[in-house]
Design a protein around this ligand. Structure first.
Ligand code: C2O
Ligand code: CU
Ligand code: CU
Length: 547
């Protein structure tokens, strides 16, 4: 029954199997006459763009403490036209300064930054807004943006709360203290109800934090460290972006999108000239909904050295790495045995880009990664509280998806999760839906405890967890610090989370952007102990936005 519903309700909009993904175009997502078949373009004719490093325009005083001067960056968001392939006209995109993805921030652990995000976007959106979604109603300005630093331990006023958007002509000022370990973070739009469109239009970029521990490892660096922001898009023959819509023009929202053009740093099928030596790849999945399963060539072994929140305890050799939207992988690949060869970077049957390995190169002075850093597993007994939270899908009378929620609670309801600062909690994410959801919590980093399959129907009937099998430990590549976790259908995923850094209002959500925009996001609030005593945990009447 369920698969029939999925088939009837979503054919042409959603397809999870590869064969189906490849045929989505013929199902009418993009008018077939204007849809581009990326397979018809000559691949590997454009060099992989390496994002520029974001440049600071000097020092500025921290507003709350003028004695502290920090590097100040003024970053403008514009409409730009950028070529995604040699043989296509330039694509209209929204970018930062003059590119999409935006320039890359480079900073050190503990080196705070001040960023002014300037909205210089046009006042009309060029992608299909669904005015039925909460926060995107007709009375709201069409173009709004607010930037969030994903993975940042950031004070609440600078965290990019989805309702704290600004219109064209206005700026947002953010302070990123970066009091955290070396990691690959990323910045992106987070605007209520149109986040999926703003990011699809191009509003994302990478942000690197470095530290001593990392420097001491002598990993490949400089020209041998390559950032790779990967995402999928639908393009038309004229090179323009197409965002799919439902058959109902009054309600264009679609539950997920899986497009057919794979972009790496904004280019379709680029190449990179490499030397026969070790390279470090900082890979991030910037798709709205697609999962990547990254491999080099025909499953050549690579070393995974880090995940979302930085280095693993030790390097792990793997042939493929699975990345849901917003997940990151830090990889080392050694081209030294492949001099003169061409090696493809793939995701399952999609070829993403080509590496052209030179016959010879300079001496590789980097060290092979082994032991990387200390990552202490948090004992379960440290948790002062366990929360059971469901991931739900609501269906209409015709068994069609009306969207997903967290704990059956829409966004606008009062805060229900109020962890106490400097305490540790276990969150049990009970997935009652048919999809894998990459669940992300702002502010914190966490560890995955385990995943355990359970009987969804028994849970829906009686509210009881009946497990089908034993708990499964996370993969070695996800056993470090994380900020986004894949929650598979019919599985309870348990994470252990130290709530550290700041008190205040944050959010947690699914990072499939179509879900996030349609109620699969909730506020949560980190509270100080004193406040906790005064306000019992649970639903409260505090609905206002704090910032
Ligand atoms: Cu990538 Cu709410 O975040
Ligand atoms: Cu985030
Ligand atoms: Cu989801």
């Amino acid at each position: 029954m369920i698969s029939r519903r999925k088939f009837l309700g979503r054919a042409g909009v959603l397809a999870t199997g590869l064969t189906l993904e490849r045929s989505t175009l013929s199902h009418g997502l993009v008018p077939p006459s204007t849809a581009l078949d990326p397979g018809k373009l000559t691949p590997y004719v454009d060099a992989l763009p390496i994002p520029e490093v974001m440049r600071s325009s000097g020092l500025r005083a921290l507003p709350e403490n003028p004695a502290v001067k920090l590097p100040y960056y003024r970053v403008t968001m514009h409409e730009i036209h950028q070529k995604v392939h040699r043989d296509l006209p330039a694509t209209r995109l929204w970018g930062f300064n003059s590119s999409s993805p935006g320039p890359i921030f480079e900073t050190r652990s503990g080196q705070g930054l001040l960023v002014e995000w300037v909205n210089e976007l046009p006042v009309k959106h060029f992608l299909p807004i669904d005015y039925n979604l909460h926060g995107a109603e007709r009375d709201k300005p069409e173009v709004r943006c607010v930037i969030h630093l994903h993975g940042g331990k950031t004070p609440p006023a600078s965290d990019g709360y989805p309702e704290s958007w600004v219109v064209p002509g206005k700026s947002l000022f953010c302070h990123y203290p970066n009091q955290q370990d070396a990691a690959l973070l990323f910045y992106h739009d987070h605007t209520m109800g149109i986040n999926r469109l703003n990011i699809y239009a191009g509003l994302q970029g990478l942000f690197v934090i470095r530290d001593q521990t990392e420097a001491a490892l002598n990993l490949p660096s400089g020209a041998y460290e390559i950032p790779l922001l990967l995402y999928d898009r639908f393009l038309r023959n004229d090179g323009q972006l197409e965002y799919p819509v439902s058959p109902d023009p009054k309600a264009p929202w679609v539950p997920e999108i899986y497009s057919n053009a794979m972009l790496a740093n904004g280019k379709l099928s680029p190449y990179l000239d490499v030397e026969p030596r070790r390279y470090r790849f900082r890979v991030m999945n910037g798709s709205n909904a697609r999962f990547f399963r990254i491999s080099f060539g025909d499953l050549l072994p690579m070393q995974v050295i880090g995940a979302d929140q930085g280095l693993l305890a030790a390097a792990v050799t793997m042939k493929r790495v699975l990345l849901g939207p917003a997940e990151r992988a830090d990889l080392v690949f050694d081209f030294s045995a492949h001099a003169g060869e061409k090696i493809l970077l793939k995701s399952d049957s999609f070829d993403i880009m080509q590496f052209r390995v030179a016959q010879a190169g300079g001496k590789d002075t980097s060290l092979p990664p082994q032991r990387l850093r200390q990552v202490d597993r948090i004992p379960e007994m440290k948790a002062v509280k366990t929360r059971r939270l469901t991931l739900d899908e609501s269906l209409d009378g015709l068994q069609e998806s009306m969207g997903m929620t967290l704990n059956k609670t829409p966004w606008h309801m009062p805060v229900t999760e109020r962890p106490v600062l400097d305490t540790t909690e276990i969150w049990e994410l009970v997935n009652l839906t048919e999809d894998t959801h990459p669940i992300h919590l702002h502010l914190v980093r966490f560890q995955i405890l385990d995943r355990r399959p359970f009987d969804k129907f028994a849970y829906q009937d009686k509210g009881e967890l009946h497990f089908y099998g034993p708990a499964v430990a996370p993969g070695l590549d996800e056993s470090g610090w994380k900020d986004t976790v894949r929650c598979e259908p019919g599985v309870v995923t348990r994470i252990i989370v130290p709530f550290e850094g700041y008190t205040g209002r944050y959010v947690w959500h699914c990072h499939i952007l179509e879900h996030e925009d349609n109620e699969m996001m909730r506020p949560y609030e980190v509270i100080a102990e004193a406040l906790n005593a005064a306000l019992p945990d649970g639903p409260t009447s505090r609905g206002a936005v704090t910032s």
